[in-house]
Each structure stands twice: as C-alpha cells, then as structure tokens.
Design a protein around this ligand. Structure first.
Ligand SMILES: Cc1cc2nc3c(=O)[nH]c(=O)nc-3n(C[C@H](O)[C@H](O)[C@H](O)COP(=O)(O)OP(=O)(O)OC[C@H]3O[C@@H](n4cnc5c(N)ncnc54)[C@H](O)[C@@H]3O)c2cc1C
Length: 427
C-alpha cells in the first residue's frame, strides 16, 4: 500500500462514514499514523439518499471526497480499498490492494440492507443504501413512467405506476412522501397524455404504526400527512415475497408492482476474520464494551452501525443512526489518544438528541427530549439539522439552493435517466 512505517502507532480505520470520519478528524493532528480505508473515495450523507432517488438532489451534493476532509492533516493516509479479511492473530488487514499491519484497528464499516434471508426479495427489490443504488432507483422510476406511456395493457400500466415501499421507518416514510409529491406536482405536467392519477404509492409496515422508533404522536401525525398525500399505509402486514411482478404478504393483500423498495431493515457489514459467533449478535453487529472494544480484543474497536453497545436505555444496542456513530467516533478518538499516552479511557455515554422525519413540503415530525412538534416548524428544523450535518460548504449551499428552488417552483429538476437502470443488484 506504500505506507511508511514510522515511530507513531498505526491506527487503521475501515470505513469513511459518519463514525470513521468523526474518528479520523479527532486523530488527525495527534501523534498517530492514521490510515483510512474505504471502498468508495467519498463519504455519503445517507439521510438524503431518498432525495437523489426522487430527483430532488444531484448525487454529488450529498457525497464528499474523503481525501478532502483530511487533506491538511499530517500522518494521514487514505487508500481506496475493499477490506476483504482481518487477520487478528498477525494484526493485519487484507484488502484488494494489499495487506497492512495495524497497532489499533477500528471497524466502522456501517451496515447493509437486511433481507432476512429472502433471496427472491433480494433479487427483485430495490435497496437504497448507497448513491449508485439511489441513482439506479431514480432511473427505474422514470423508465417505468416512460414504459407506462407506451403500453396498452392496463394491468401492465398500473404495475408500472405502482410503488411499494416495504418498511415504515424514516426511510420508507420520507421516500413515500417524496413520491406522492411527484405524483401530485410533476407527473401531470410531464406526462399529460398519461392518467397519472392511477399511480399508487404503498407503504407496508409489519408493526402497528409507522415510525415506530419515534413517539406515538409523531407516528400518528406522519400517518395523517401521508394519507392526505394519498399514500396507502398497510399496517400489521408482513411481506413474504416479491417475484418481480407481485408482492405477496402474510394476509390477503397482493400488489402488482414493478418497483418495490426494500426499506425494512439493515444489518451490520461484518468482515471475514472478525465475524466470530462470540461477539456477533442480533442484526449482525459486533458486541462492544463501553470503550468500543470488540469483545475479546484490547486493540480492535468497532463504532457506528456495526457496533452493538448495549446500555440500560438501549438493551439491544444503540440505534443504527448518525448520532451514535458520530459520537462514538469522536469519543474513540479521545480514548485512543489516552491509550497511546497510557492514560485510562473514558466510557462512552450516548447523548440522545432525538429523531425526526420529513413527509414532504411543510410537513415533518420532530421528537426532541423535551419537545415534540410537527408541521411547518418541524420541517424547518429538519432542514436546518440536515444542512448542518452535511459535510462541506459547497454541498450545504447546493442543497440549500436546490431546496429553495424546488420549494418556490414546485419542481425536482434532477429527474434524469443518466445511467439507464440495468439490474437490481448493485452495491
Ligand atoms: C436511506 C437512509 C436514510 C437514513 N436516514 C437517517 C436519518 O435521517 N437520521 C439518522 O440519524 N440516520 C439515518 N440513517 C442511518 C445513518 O445513515 C447510519 O446510521 C450511519 O450512516 C452509520 O454510520 P457508520 O459510520 O456506522 O456507517 P456508514 O455511514 O454506512 O459508513 C460505512 C463506510 O464503510 C465503508 N465500508 C464498508 N465495508 C467496507 C469494506 N469491507 N472495505 C472498505 N470500506 C468499507 C462504506 O463504503 C462506507 O463508506 C439513514 C440511512 C439510510 C440508508
């Protein structure tokens, strides 16, 4: 990998997501050699992926070059590499571009879509976890409308204009809201010769309410907002299969749809060699202690989605969200400095800053620790928080300008089929 051996201890970080970048920033000016490995050369702001899928934002406004985040820091190395295996015995990572020894290893590899073992659903549905996947979904949605215009078969046309979102968490809710707004504001103008009122958007949720990680009032309000936008919400229904044509469920509900988005769960992205049953738990996550050390190791840590840190308030592990990832990354940075200096590490304490989701124009729900609010003010808060956490001044400006433009013009101009949809299984 052409990385020199120095007198500083080498910290290898796998993953430049929220956790990995927060950690690297903390370490960048310290007496440590930091090597960040990622299979992409950019950081992805996943909370806005749904806006890329629905033509509201260009992909480069939610991606940021990892090299640029840390370009002025000495002792920092980035390598575009896919980590294939971890040799814990020899303290070495094995990648597609070569091997690298470590003194400390931090796994911040995030998560992947969880199909719960259903390979048929995996093969036929769409995931929305990466920028290429979001662009693929954008192309599929737009191509389906082009095809709907051409077919004279009514069932085929309806299936092309049916959108089924499996999972009523923030991702499913935000995507459904965006699709409903496209149906209302854009489709009639873009496709005047197509009866776009026939387009249907469905959310299928296995539980008895959507946004089940938020308060009941937030769930109810989100449901009201979505219903007003014409979204069909199916609760207490579990999807059992999707063969590319028909969604089957555990009840009587059957839906013919050419687009099914699987937003029903994620699981940790484990890496060979560090996937022992001793510490892999529910959701494919690695059990870590209060210092983010992986069970059984002193110098191997995990942070973010991949780490399962159980606390009194979160007995199944902290939520797989940006805040725990950022906070763990930052805290581990401080702890690694302490470790190198032979000082005791500080246990991690999660500060729950709340949760939020937007349903569309002027509509959002926000749960803070002390206040819960919904509607226009919540929507402004949602926008402010997302702009604040985006990396890079240019990205913030581009997203802000796009949002103002879309708001004033009732438009989403990135509805472009740049790279035609080919197949569903891209990373
Ligand atoms: C559509 C969507 C919407 C979301 N909305 C919200 C929201 O509104 N609020 C919120 O708090 N959270 C949200 N989340 C969750 C949030 O994005 C994650 O919790 C967060 O990204 C986790 O950070 P991380 O650093 O652990 O992992 P990630 O940010 O996923 O980063 C992991 C990195 O590791 C790299 N990587 C993985 N494996 C390897 C390997 N073998 N070799 C090299 N590199 C590797 C990946 O390329 C990636 O860059 C959303 C997620 C999605 C998918």
């Amino acid at each position: 990998m052409n990385i020199p051996k120095t007198s500083f201890p080498r910290v290898v970080i796998i993953g430049g997501g929220f956790a990995g970048v927060a950690l690297a920033k903390k370490l960048a000016k310290q007496e440590a050699q930091v090597v960040l490995l990622d299979k992409h050369n950019y950081h992805t702001f996943q909370p806005l992926l749904y806006q890329v899928s629905t033509g509201g934002l260009e992909p480069d406004s939610i991606a940021y070059p990892i090299r640029k985040v840390l370009q002025n820091f000495p002792n920092f190395y980035f390598r575009l590499a896919n980590v294939e295996e971890i040799d814990t015995e020899n303290e070495r990572v094995i990648t597609n571009i070569g091997d690298l020894d470590f003194d400390y290893l931090v796994v911040a590899s995030g998560s992947v879509t969880n199909y719960f073992g259903n390979t048929e659903i995996e093969k036929n549905s769409m995931a929305m976890k990466t920028i290429p996947q979001s662009l693929n979904l954008r192309s599929l949605i737009l191509e389906n409308f082009e095809d709907a215009l051409l077919t004279s078969d009514l069932n085929e046309r309806n299936a092309l204009m049916n959108f089924v979102i499996v999972g009523g968490g923030p991702t499913g809710v935000e995507l459904a809201g965006a699709l409903a707004e496209i149906k209302k504001g854009i489709l009639p103008k873009d496709y005047p010769d197509l009866d776009t009122r026939m387009a249907q958007i469905h959310i299928i949720q296995s539980g008895d309410r959507i946004l089940k990680g938020m308060s009941e009032i937030a769930s109810q309000k989100a449901e009201d907002f979505l219903e007003k936008l014409g979204v069909n919400i199916w609760k207490n229904v579990r999807v059992t299969n999707y063969d590319g044509e028909t969604v089957t469920t555990n009840g009587e509900l059957l839906l013919n749809a050419k687009t099914v988005v699987w937003a029903a769960g994620v699981k940790g992205e484990t890496i060979k060699g560090l996937n022992s049953e001793d510490f892999i738990t529910r959701g494919n996550r690695m059990v870590v202690n209060e210092f983010n050390q992986v069970k059984g190791f002193d110098n191997i840590f995990a942070v973010g989605d991949i780490a399962c840190m159980k606390t009194e308030d979160f007995p199944h592990g902290l939520p797989m969200m940006a805040q725990p990832a950022i906070q763990q990354g930052e805290q581990l940075g401080d702890n690694l400095i302490k470790l190198v200096e032979n000082k005791p590490m500080k246990p991690f304490e999660y500060t729950d800053k709340g949760a939020m989701a937007t349903i569309g124009r002027n509509k959002a729900v926000v749960d803070l620790k002390k206040f819960k609010f919904q509607g226009v003010f919540a929507w402004f808060v949602w926008m402010f928080v997302h702009l604040f956490f985006l990396i890079g001044f240019r990205n913030r400006m581009v997203v802000f300008v796009n949002w103002v433009y879309n708001y004033v013009r009732f438009d989403r101009e990135a509805r472009l089929i740049i790279r035609p949809f080919k197949n569903r299984n891209i990373e």
